[in-house]
Design a protein around this ligand. Structure first.
Ligand code: AHR
Length: 510
């Protein structure tokens, strides 16, 4: 018998017949929400690496260790980021790792042809990245250069990074100051092979993948997890061809990229947008659900045991750059709209935990839907950061299936389900339920049927603000931050709560 205490509400009306109903079916729980869906992405792009993660050794103004910003390290530790993808993106298929090892003063300069045409001095290379991952306590995910590299180059990179014995590359690593291998597990075999990674046809990439993947073995203590460059949004043919032609034992994951972009030719401002444009962004974000279902259905045909993970290693909102900034640097602000993208997308990932076992938000700092923005020595956390922090309680927890009946969010003649949710139970027995209401105007009363769950206390946190366009900036760093939410009340088997317009809530049932 469940015992429950009443959590007092000061203003919440009680609606036992709420239109928004969520049922948790713990008896059907079987899949774990992999912590790796909380991964991030750090490309050599704009101010993500240089100025974001890395400010140079000997920087006296910004506290750092070996050039890595310590404020950023602390913020990412708090976020519990499980993995970090590097060095790209499109940059990865132009990157020659040998340029980034050895004495910094001897490293060649290169031109970042994809992102702003800027010259960089390679002062942030393999050691810097991998040591930084150790500092943050995250697993590195390295994207190999397939588009303009060679099989030998990628194989040598693995040997350099992972080989414990005596070999030419491990010798070089040691001469560069690192004795023990880093044992990097996650390796991407190219990026967007259908586009900036080489404009390949799926059939051609499948063959190229097989060759590269063959020579990525033999250097590591444990078998590496190889991730094939995957489809662009709804390119189902790409997934079909790869699943058909790649031997399952050669693939750990198959990628998928999907950005919530209004129109590639007219992306719109990150902060100055109408409700209509917000609605379109949310349409794009919610499309993730059907994209995953359809790509997964294709994968199921060839891999019914779900051995191969779907790795959504680029996702997030993409708008015009901030006025006055380099168009090639993709620097954008981050508002409550982005919080709504994050909250709904993570719920979608959770509910597809059987197949989606890794994902990477694009990108961590100063680029696209960033969790952190920096300006010289200043650093702020974005609404997206707060959602990812609130939600990280789901990492490696048992996903509890939910069924959702939601009212519509209506805008003009368009409509979307207003409420999204997901639930999990962690190793300590705590149940977490994350909920979003994307409706820009109306709050939603939600009734959650907790089924057979046993709990005596409900607490929560909420992310909300007065306007959709609200954001944190360097003068107002705390405008948006999570606040306690103790307004869920128990009514029989149900939890009743009211979600304000465009809000994100995470409940904890103890
Ligand atoms: O994240 C920015 C870019 O978007 C990446 O470099 C590329 O993979 C994608 O097209």
């Amino acid at each position: 018998m469940r015992s429950a205490i009443l959590i007092l509400s000061f203003y919440l009306p009680v609606f036992s017949s709420a239109q928004n109903q969520i049922s948790i079916d713990a008896a059907r729980a079987k899949d774990t929400i992999s912590k790796h869906i909380y991964g991030h992405f750090a490309e050599h792009l704009g101010r993500c690496i240089y100025g974001g993660f890395y400010v140079g050794e000997g920087n006296k103004k910004i506290p750092n260790k070996g050039g890595i910003r310590l404020d950023v390290v602390d913020a990412l530790k708090n976020l519990k980021i499980p993995n970090l993808r590097w060095p790209g993106g499109c940059f990865a298929d132009t990157y020659h790792w040998m340029d980034g090892v050895g004495p910094k003063e001897k490293r060649p300069t290169i031109v970042n042809t994809w992102w702003g045409g800027v010259t960089e001095n390679n002062s942030f290379g393999t050691h810097d990245f991998l040591n930084m991952c150790e500092l943050i306590g995250t697993e590195p995910y390295i994207s190999g250069n397939v588009g303009s590299g060679t099989v030998k180059e990628l194989s040598d990179w693995l040997q350099y990074v992972n080989f414990a014995g005596e070999s030419p590359m491990s010798k070089l690593r040691r001469s560069n100051g690192r004795d023990k291998p880093w044992n990097v597990k996650y390796w991407g075999v190219g990026n967007e092979a259908w586009g900036c990674g080489g404009n390949m046809r799926a059939e051609h990439y499948a063959d190229v993948y097989r060759t590269y993947a063959t020579f990525m073995t033999g250097w590591s203590k444990e078998p590496v997890f190889r991730i094939a460059s995957g489809a662009n949004s709804s390119d189902y043919n790409w997934t079909e061809v790869l699943m058909k032609n790649l031997p399952a034992e050669m693939v750990g994951g198959l990628a998928l990229h999907h950005y919530s972009v209004i129109d590639w030719n007219k992306k719109g401002s990150a902060t100055d947008f109408s409700e209509d444009l917000y609605f379109t962004t949310m349409e794009r974000a919610l499309a993730m659900d059907s994209l995953i279902s359809r790509h997964s259905a294709i994968m199921d045909k060839y891999d019914p045991a779900k051995r191969i993970a779907l790795v959504v290693d680029e996702w997030g909102g993409w708008y015009d750059v901030e006025p006055g900034t380099n168009p090639g640097f993709l620097f954008q602000q981050n508002t409550m709209r982005d919080a709504m993208i994050a909250g709904t997308t993570l719920n979608i990932f959770h509910n597809h935990a059987d197949r989606v076992r890794m994902a990477n938000l694009a990108q961590a700092i100063n680029v696209l839907q960033a969790v952190i923005l920096t300006d010289e020595e200043k650093m702020i956390l974005t609404p997206t950061y707060h959602v990812m922090e609130m939600y990280n309680v789901h990492q490696d927890a048992l996903m509890l299936p939910v069924t959702i009946r939601s009212e519509d969010y209506v805008s003009g003649n368009r409509k979307l389900p207003a409420v999204s949710a997901s639930a999990s139970r962690d190793s300590k027995g705590l149940v977490h339920i994350s909920l979003t209401n994307i409706d820009a105007q109306k709050s939603k009363t939600v009734s959650i049927n907790t089924g057979g769950l046993v709990f005596t206390k409900v607490t929560g946190r909420i992310l909300h603000s007065g306007k959709l366009q609200d954001h944190n900036d360097f003068t107002q760093t705390q405008k948006i931050k999570p606040l306690p939410f103790n307004e869920a009340r128990v009514e029989g088997k149900n939890l009743i709560l009211e979600l304000p317009p465009f809000s994100v809530v995470v409940l904890e049932l103890k």
